[in-house]
Design a protein around this ligand. Structure first.
Ligand SMILES: Nc1ncnc2c1ncn2[C@@H]1O[C@H](COP(=O)(O)OP(=O)(O)OP(=O)(O)O)[C@@H](O)[C@H]1O
Ligand SMILES: [Mg+2]
Length: 297
């Protein structure tokens, strides 16, 4: 059930300082205001240490603000009475797949969370089937978890999070440890989940993933430096470079081509858009290959 334009997460004047009250406080967030609507897909990017993980950990009350407030739907994260509601609304997936696996068999790992919540058997089976299908692991459901590849383990971690039926999936560099094929699969899963109505917030260094978000939030030294749709954000190459961030590869290629081809467009974001710009330039119609099947869904 998606209600459009309903804030799922609301952050107001958020400051967070590690080691607050000690002689060496570390201010990690310095005044963040942010609203994420139900059904939105937000990518959070920023250099190492810019505050991405610290921000994300506020979304399910793993951290509480030093100053300011965070609401998950109507619950203030400071209100510990609603901790369980908050955590079942917003579920996190972390960077290291191994750290997130709790059971020795794939399907047991997916069932673990909802089983602990006392979800009845019938529904439990449905949830597990759905979550495994969503990440393309149905065929490996009886496999030993430790025998999975890193990419498969991360898909398992996503399935385990999905089985909790959260409204919002928060991922902290969930593709960082994966090989390119694993990264692509997880990226496609996130795209599909978003299409299906899931709210997604993903901190990532993978610009190909950031491009598929509806909104990109750029953090710098604990503040929002730029935010907007991917085309708006990635048009600001110089600013991004100053923040030690890259633009997506196709954007970079287009900018390089524009240095030698007059009027070549530089606002491309994807390989398809780059191919379209080249075919326009050559005056030849673009013949797209059929989309390859990925093995995921
Ligand atoms: N547990 C901690 N104790 C003290 N300082 C911390 C802790 N975790 C993070 N910091 C500091 O807070 C700031 C923000 O860190 P954070 O991990 O949120 O950044 P990040 O954007 O997620 O970085 P990365 O891209 O490396 O994951 C940094 O200065 C970091 O050194
Ligand atoms: Mg981080």
């Amino acid at each position: 059930m998606i209600r459009a334009e309903e804030p799922l997460i609301r952050v107001e004047g958020l400051h967070y300082t590690y080691q607050a009250g000690t002689p060496k406080p570390i201010p990690a967030l310095r005044g963040i205001d942010l609203t994420v609507q139900a059904g939105e897909y937000v990518a959070v990017i920023g250099a190492n240490g810019s505050g991405k993980s610290t921000l994300l950990r506020h979304f399910n009350a793993l951290l509480l603000p030093t100053a300011g407030n965070v609401w998950v739907t109507k619950w203030n994260t400071r209100d510990t009475v609603h901790l369980r509601d908050i955590r079942s609304t917003v579920t996190m997936v972390f960077q290291v797949p191994d750290d997130q696996i709790v059971a020795s068999v794939v399907e047991e790992d997916v069932a673990f969370g909802p089983e602990n919540l006392g979800v009845p058997e019938d529904e439990l089976h449905q949830r597990v089937d759905w979550a495994l299908a969503a990440v393309g692991l149905t065929e490996l459901r009886h496999r030993a978890s430790r025998l999975l590849s890193s990419g498969q383990k991360q898909r398992l971690a996503i399935a385990a999070a999905l089985a909790m039926q959260p409204r919002c999936l928060v991922l902290d560099e969930a593709t960082a440890m994966l090989d390119p094929a694993g990264q692509t699969q997880v990226r496609k899963i996130l795209h599909q989940l978003h299409q299906d109505g899931m709210t997604i917030i993903s901190a990532t260094h993978n610009m190909a993933e950031a491009v598929q978000a509806q909104r990109v939030v750029v953090l710098s030294e604990g503040r929002i430096a730029i935010q907007g749709d991917p085309r708006f954000v990635f048009a600001q190459e110089e600013t991004l470079h100053a923040l030690q961030l890259d633009v997506p590869y196709p954007t970079r290629m287009a900018r390089m081509l524009a240095t030698v081809i007059r009027d070549f467009p530089t606002d491309v974001l994807t390989v398809t858009e780059l191919a379209e710009a080249i075919s326009m330039h050559l005056g030849q119609p673009l013949e797209l290959r059929p989309k390859p099947t990925t093995g995921v869904r």
